[in-house]
Write a protein that binds this ligand. Structure first.
Ligand SMILES: [Zn+2]
Length: 112
C-alpha cells in the first residue's frame, strides 16, 4: 500500500471537503498498483452522473481532476457567478486553496 506524503494528504483532505460541499456523493479514491506508476483514480456521483478520473501519479491530482469536472463552470450558490477551479478570472467566482490553520488547507470562494 502506498501512503500519501503529508502535504498531499492535506491537499486531498481539502479537495474531499470541496467535493463534498458540492453535493457530490459516494466519493471513492484508489490506485491500481503498489508500485509506480500507481494509477490513482477517483470517482463520485454528481448531478445524476457517475464521474470517474484515472491515471494520476498522486492521489490529490486525481481529486483535483475530479473536483475540476464538478466545480469548474458551475454556478456559485452565494454570488451566482460562474465558478472557476484552480485559476481566477475577472467576473467569475474562483475556488482557491488557502491555509485553514497551521495544519490544514481549505478551498475558499473568492466571493467570501
Ligand atoms: Zn461566489
Amino acid at each position: 500500500m502506498t501512503e500519501l506524503p503529508p502535504l498531499h494528504f492535506r491537499h486531498a483532505v481539502a479537495l474531499t471537503d470541496l467535493i463534498g460541499r458540492t453535493g457530490a456523493t459516494d466519493l471513492e479514491l484508489g490506485y491500481l498498483s503498489d508500485t509506480e506508476p500507481y494509477g490513482w483514480w477517483a470517482k463520485a456521483n454528481y448531478a445524476g452522473r457517475r464521474l470517474y478520473v484515472e491515471h494520476h501519479a498522486v492521489a490529490d491530482l486525481a481529486l483535483v481532476d475530479l473536483a475540476r469536472r464538478i466545480v469548474d463552470g458551475g454556478t456559485c450558490l452565494r454570488c451566482e457567478r460562474t465558478v472557476t477551479f484552480g485559476y481566477t478570472r475577472d467576473g467569475y467566482c474562483s475556488r482557491t486553496l488557502t491555509m485553514r490553520d497551521d495544519e490544514y488547507f481549505e478551498y475558499v470562494r473568492s466571493c467570501e
